[in-house]
Design a protein around this ligand. Sequence first.
Ligand SMILES: [Zn+2]
Length: 456
Amino acid sequence: MGTHTDTGAATAIVNAAVYCCDDAFGSFNPGTVVFSDGVIDAVGPSGEVDVGESATVIDAGGRLAVLPGLIDAHSHSSLLKGYSENAQLIDWLPEYQREHQVLTPDDAYFGYLVTYMESLKGGTTTVMDMYRFGQRGAQAATELGMRAHLVPYAADHPTKHFFETLETSEQLIRDCHGADDGRIQAWVGLEHITYCSEAMFEAARELADRYGVNIHTHTSEQVEEVELVVELFGDRPVKVFEERGILRPGSVLAHCVWLDDDEIEVLADTGTGVAHCPVSNMKLASGPAPLQHFREAGVTAALGSDGGISNNSVSMWECMKTGSLLQKVTRLDATAVSAAEALRMATIDGARLLGIDREVGSIEVGKHADVITVDLWQPHLMPLALAEGHDPILWNLVFAGRASDVRDVWVQGRRCLDGGEICRIDESQALAEIHERTVDLLERRKSASAIPMVAD
Ligand SMILES: [Zn+2]
């Protein structure tokens, strides 16, 4: 896994609580992680790992946790969070789409930037993002040093003319797939099934085949939405997707809250994965996804924020905690989704879902150094003492940890966050520009009225 980075000498984080998120869910405390040239060179107990003479050493002194970078498997960048509120999905979507009717590439750039800044500060190193003008997303991610899988909101229904098309999607693949040393990927996206014709599905599959990229869409978020699809197409959404040929290994469906057993079996049989968005599903009153059934059926499921628009946060910490709590309370089972399972979903399972698990998602020798540190030396993350073989730190990270606890982020060995500060761009200048652009977009949005979900 040779890489070209600007890291120079090795970095060693020593005397930390290290959670590898590998298959064995290995952890070391006190543990050491060493990386150089973007690649993890060593991980293990601090007493056993040779740090080398020239390494830059960060001595955690037992006060930092080290985790793989978090992966947000389904997000939507936006400048406008907090404006479409208090509505069921079917009413919420047309209101949200007012922004898209007037969105320009410059608006999109700042939407990407503000969202990725928030993601990065919370320890997210990779995001799968369905939005518009993806070239500008590649620009924002590259400036910050993050990984982004860009998925255009594409549709061909005449009333949704403002969305991307398969032509612009192809252009995005040509422009950006594999850019920034492979950290940027472009996928083929399909907006809601009610906005995309059968012919568009076929063309989307051909486009994905032609460039060897995957397909992503979202579905079955709400009961009324599934009923609408059954009414329009005569079958449940996942069955329609199967007929239209987009389900296969590498394909990812977001949400999947209201699937029946047959649909879950179809996902398992076709190797299709799920991006589960617990916070958004609760906020939009969608319901609890059958996460345990996905796992039992062997369907890869990871966590997504669904973006600030329906979550008001892109914190993967909130997704981990909420994802666990939602399963516990709906199954009346306190053992559902342990801290380790939640962390795995936000790391290695996310990497698996996005098809990048050979490169990232865990702290293992030879993998890319997507590594974060978390400040444990705070009242809400105490205690740090292991007792009787039990580790409270992992549980407290998942159930008490916050995005603002993240101190340092490296993506492929390149420092992107330093002591909680974004280090590759000027954060306060960016915020000023983002604010100015938001005010401007809101002014232009006045001219756009909501277009219903399905037009007659
Ligand atoms: Zn979504």
